[in-house]
Structure formats: C-alpha cells, structure tokens
Design a protein around this ligand. Structure first.
Ligand code: BF8
Ligand code: SF4
Length: 647
C-alpha cells in the first residue's frame, strides 16, 4: 500500500471519478502523478525559492537564502538577478508554447487559403472579414481565400521583427497602450520578445532585476495579445466561432459499449479532422464488426476544451485525470498533440490495451505510436488514426473495464461574440448590472491542476465563493473542466449565485460560470476586458476585475498570469511561484507593479482567503469608480455578505 493510500485518497482529489480510479491504480500498483510527487519529496529548497542557476558551465550555482553560504553565483549574480532570470525564462517558455501553437494554426490557415490543405476550410467568413478590416486589408468584393492569404501574411510579420507592434495589440484601450509605450514594454514581435528574453538571461547580459522583469512583462504581452490571440482568432475562422453548447464531463463520458478515443493536448488542427473521421460510415462499420456499437470521442485538457467549445464533444477530464482515463480500462486510444501530456501516459497505457498515438513531430513519446500529422493529408491521416484506435477494441479486456460515475452536464461556448450575443449585441446590460451593483465585478479563474493541491479544490471552492458573492466568473483551461465536473456551469447553477448575479443569469439564461475556452483562449478574456474598458472610456486596471490561477503548474500559466497583470488585471496565484528567494522581486511583483501597470500579483493557497482578497480588490475598484461599494476592510473570511454596504 502506498503512502498516498495511507494518507487517504480524499487528500488527492475532490472528484469521485478520480478517487475511484486512483484507488484502482493503487490496488493494481500502477504509478500515477501523486506517487511520483511523493517520491520527489522533499523537493529542493533552493529551486523552490528560485535560487539555483544553471545558465552556464561555471555553475550550477545556488544562493543561500539565510546568508550563511554563498550570496552570489560564480559570475557574481545575486539572488535578485538569478530569481528574475529564472522567472523570465519560464515566461519565455510558456509564451513560446502558446505562440508556436499559434504559428502552427497560422501555417495551416495559409495553406487552407491557398488550397494546399486537406480537411480544412474557412468556416466563419464573417469573422475573417472583420479581422481583415482590423488589419486594414481591403476586403470588399474579394473572395475569402484571397483575404485569408493577405491576413496570413500580416500575421506572419507579427511573429518576426519587421513591425514595431504586434497587430492585435491595437485592440487594447488607448490608455493601456500609452502605458506600455511609456514603460518600454509594448510587444513588438512575438518571436522577437521570446528570443530577446533568452538573450537577456544569458550570463552577463541583463544584470538588473527590474529591467529583466520589465522585459518579462513585454514577453508575456507578446503571448496574450500576440501568439495566443492568433491561435484563438484563426481557430475561430477555420473551425467556427464558439456558440453556447451543452455537453457532458468527467470520466463517465467513456462508454463501455463503444470504441473510446481521447483527444489530449492543445491544438485543434488534428482533433477537428478526427471528429470528421470518427463519423466516417466505413470506420463506424469497422467498429461494429468488432462488437462495438460506435465510436465515442472524448476530450482531455485543452484539445478537449477546443472541441467542447465548437463541437460539444464531451470532456473526460483535466490535467490530473489524464492517467486515470487510461485506468478505466475502456480507452482504446489516446491521441496526443502537444503540451501538458505527461510522459507517464505511455507507461500507464502499457498496463492496458490503450494505444498512445503521438502526432506532432515536435512531441514524440517513447512507447507511443507516432503518426506524423501533415495538414496536406489531414483527412486521410485522421482516418488512419481512427482506424488504429478501432482496431485496438478487440484487445480490450471487458473484465477490466470500470467506468466510475455518471457524467455531469455542463455548458461551453462563451466566446466574446457569444457573450455579447447573449447580452443583445452590446456590453451595456453587463455594464449596467456592474454599475448598479447586482454584479460586483468579474473574475477569470484559469489554469491547471497541480498534485500539490487536491484536484479541483482550489478552482471549485474559489468559484463558489465568488459567485455566491455576486461576482461573475469566466473560466478557461483545466479550471473550466473543474467547475464543469462540480456542476457549476449550467443555467440552473444560477441558484448557487448571490441574488444579484442569479437574477441576471436567470434573465439571460446563462450559467454564473462561463466557459471561454482553452488556455490560448485567455486571449478572449483580454478582448472582453478591453471591450468593457472601452465601453466605459477607462483603462482595464480601473475595472472591478481580477484573475486567479488556484492550481497552476505550467510555464504557460506563468506567461498567462503575467500578461493578465501587465494588461491591468490583478491576479491571485494558489501555488507559490519560485521567486521567494528574492525579497526585491517579490516586492516588485506583489506591490511595485501596481504603480507601474495598475495591477499586481498575490499568492494565497486557501481559496476562501483568496476570495476575500479578490472581493476586497473588486470593491476597491468600485469605490474608485464611484459605484456603490462595500467597504473593502470590512470584508473578512466568514463575514455577512451585506455588512457595510454603502451606496
Ligand atoms: O493549456 S490549464 S494543465 S491543459 S497549462 Fe495544461 Fe494548465 Fe490544463 Fe491547457 Ni493550460
Ligand atoms: Fe552560476 Fe552565473 Fe553561470 Fe548562473 S550564470 S550558473 S549564477 S556562474
């Protein structure tokens, strides 16, 4: 029996489906992420504080946080420089992941426009035309393909260093752009900022932690208003702009009587053509010939979010559910592209009949079957992959199939266009509700699972606290899936909200927690915030908004948190970032940044306390905007909601 079992599975997850599968894995001695975390403990204290550096071969070096040992690396870098460099590199890695995904979409978008891709088309021509207009491309009377080629050309320029400003950044409010200009952090080129970050963090380049951190902000902005926004917008053009859609979520979406295929990763390019292939009558017939009643596609992580948003494909789970989906014994294939796919999935798959099929030449997995994805043959490759999955069905051992629970219904599809649509085409009703105080403000709860926190506890508890205090919540990534599993994302979930938010949701028929998409779709959050700011004629930092990443783990999440703050939205992290070895860096991020970008970071692992921090922040912003407000200092853990309301 493992240490985890002794400590109780309840400590690991709040979900019944995960609990049952973790217990099963323990019984069958299949190692999972929680066992590996235990094996790593205690984790390195220097690294946890950000005080280790291996940027050159004079090192590796580490700084003694207590001052008893070395206070400088071999080159002379102190704690401030080492912590800031490490953070800058993390942000560059995260921004690069999102932006490289954006470029992949862009390449296929261009190939589609030129008629060189198979299985793709321009689905949302209206969106294409409006993007063209934003980029000053004359679209009148031109065929869509021609416009798309021109738009692709402009967007490729944004990746390089030909321009001085990333194109989509013009969507930001004027005051925000002026602030970026005056600080010297206006994002110029997507690849450029990332490469410059790597340059600056090479030994002996940027040796000033403030200067490093300013460039870290610029690097993150090149993601949020650059690479991620390219990914979102072009995915909408090629696969459709999301509209409200109902679906189901948790491991209960797997079907004992069908061929189950999980699509895991981030990029919708492959998964969209897989959806088509899974409807191929010949492949369904093949599945039936093996005794299955059909082919069941389910999502995992952000590929799943992309498919849910546009196609209503059911979602098996979030980050910490990926190994557990295999442990059901019901999964024929896990098709992966890239990002957040644990190398461990191939080990778990060996214990079952599950085939792990990798598809990106950038992301190969030892032990997986690799089928190189080529958009020129998109449809053909998709059929080949689905066939492989179907052919794994006869290898399934029915005695080992255990699908733990019934799925939960949830709702997705809240693109900015869909939200504005629900509001009647204008942000006015939302702004009015915020102004009169029935909705206090809005919070984006985003990011991952992290085995250091019971799976989904941070997301679900924080969101519950916020909506019950009349704060509208928008969610993306694994935070969205967590809320879905908890049943908080249906129109009837409005009953969980405070009276003001509840009334608004009921009038509009929307949930109090709106699914805005995958992690690259945090760009939608920026667009929505910018639209609200522009409608009110203010900057984003003046709005009663906040961000939260209660269970973050990834470098991408660090990039997201940073561009959200650099865009003017204060953000609370539930997991401590590795910066506490430098009191100066901590002070800058948790305090000094407020005077610079009008927003800052806070760290609070207890979601109830985090909700208090956020509510105080929102009421402070309301007070500054001269809207009815609750005295921020009176907001305490466990206080009465109505106490101190002024107006
Ligand atoms: O991009 S929330 S664990 S799956 S990094 Fe990964 Fe985090 Fe999930 Fe999506 Ni985002
Ligand atoms: Fe050590 Fe400086 Fe090299 Fe880092 S860059 S490993 S601190 S010598």
């Amino acid at each position: 029996m493992s240490a985890n079992h002794a400590a109780g599975v309840k400590r690991l997850t709040i979900n019944e489906d995960s609990r049952q599968m973790i217990e099963r894995a323990q019984k069958e001695q299949i190692e999972t992420v929680w066992d590996r975390l235990t094996a790593q403990e205690p984790q390195c204290g220097y690294c946890s504080l950000g005080l280790s550096c291996r940027n050159c071969a004079m090192g590796p070096c580490r700084i003694d946080p207590f001052g008893d040992g070395p206070t400088k690396g071999v080159c002379g870098a102190d704690a401030d420089v080492i912590v800031a460099r490490n953070l800058g590199r993390s942000i560059a890695a995260g921004a690069s992941a999102h932006s490289d995904h954006g470029r992949d979409i862009l390449e296929v978008f261009e190939a589609t426009a030129k008629g060189e891709a198979s299985g793709y088309k321009i689905v949302d021509e209206a969106k294409l035309r409006s993007l063209a207009q934003e980029f000053g491309i004359a679209a009148d009377g031109k065929p869509a393909a021609e416009i798309a080629v021109e738009l692709a050309d402009r967007l490729f320029e944004d990746f390089g260093s030909r321009g001085s400003k990333v194109g989509f950044s013009r969507r930001a409010p004027v005051l925000r752009k002026e602030r970026w200009e005056s600080l010297g952090i206006y994002p110029r080129g997507i690849d450029r900022e990332n490469v410059e970050m790597l340059h600056r963090t090479h030994m002996g380049v940027d040796n000033d932690h403030v200067n490093l951190l300013l460039h870290a902000l610029r690097t993150s902005l090149s993601d949020g208003w650059g690479g991620s926004m390219v990914a979102t917008e072009l995915s909408d053009v090629m696969f459709g702009t999301p509209k409200p859609v109902f679906s189901e979520v948790n491991l209960g979406v797997l079907r004992a009587d069908q061929v189950n295929i999980a699509l895991h990763g981030h990029n919708p390019l492959l998964s969209e053509v897989i959806v088509e292939a899974a409807m191929d009558p010949e492949l369904i017939k093949l599945a039936q010939s093996y005794g299955a009643s059909g082919i069941n596609l389910v999502g995992l992580c952000c590929t799943g979010n992309e498919l849910l948003m546009r196609k209503g494909v059911p979602m098996a789970g979030n980050h910490l559910s990926q190994e557990l989906a295999i442990v059901t014994g019901a999964l024929e294939a896990m098709i992966v592209d890239y990002q957040c796919i644990m190398p461990a999935v191939t080990d778990v798959a060996k214990c079952y009949h599950t085939k792990v099929i990798s598809t990106s030449d950038k992301a190969k997995f030892t032990g997986a079957t690799h089928i190189s994805f080529d958009p020129k043959r998109g449809s053909e490759i998709a059929r080949e992959i689905v066939k492989l999955a179907v052919e794994a069905f006869p290898n399934r051992n029915p005695d080992r199939v255990r699908i733990p629970v019934e799925p939960v219904r949830w709702m997705g599809g809240f693109s900015v266009e869909a939200i504005l649509g629900a509001l009647g085409g204008t942000p006015a009703p939302l702004v009015d509700a915020i102004k009169n105080g029935s909705i206090r403000g809005a919070v984006a709860v985003v990011g991952c699972n992290n085995p250091k926190i019971p799976q989904d506890y941070g997301h679900v508890e924080l969101t519950r606290q916020l909506i019950s205090h009349d704060i509208l919540v928008v969610v993306t990534g694994c935070a969205a899936v967590a809320n879905g599993k908890a049943g908080q994302m249906l129109p009837e979930s409005a009953s969980m909200a405070g009276p003001g938010l509840r009334a608004v949701c009921e009038a509009l028929g929307i949930p109090p927690v709106l699914h805005m998409g995958s992690c690259v779709d945090n760009s939608r959050v920026l667009v929505l915030a910018a639209a609200l700011a522009q409608f009110l004629g203010v900057d984003i930092d003046q709005l009663p908004l906040a961000g939260a990443a209660p269970e973050w783990y990834s470098e991408k999440a660090v990039a997201i948190g940073t561009y959200v703050v650099a865009s003017g939205i204060t953000t609370v992290l539930g997991v401590q970032p590795p910066i506490f070895g430098s009191p100066n860096v901590v002070k800058l991020l948790s305090d000094g940044l407020d005077g610079v970008v009008g927003a800052k970071f806070a760290v609070e692992s207890d979601p109830i306390k985090a909700s208090v921090i956020i509510r105080r922040h929102i009421e402070t912003k309301r007070k500054e905007l001269q809207l009815p407000y609750q005295e921020p200092d009176l907001i305490q853990v466990g206080e009465m909601a109505a106490a101190g309301t002024k107006g």
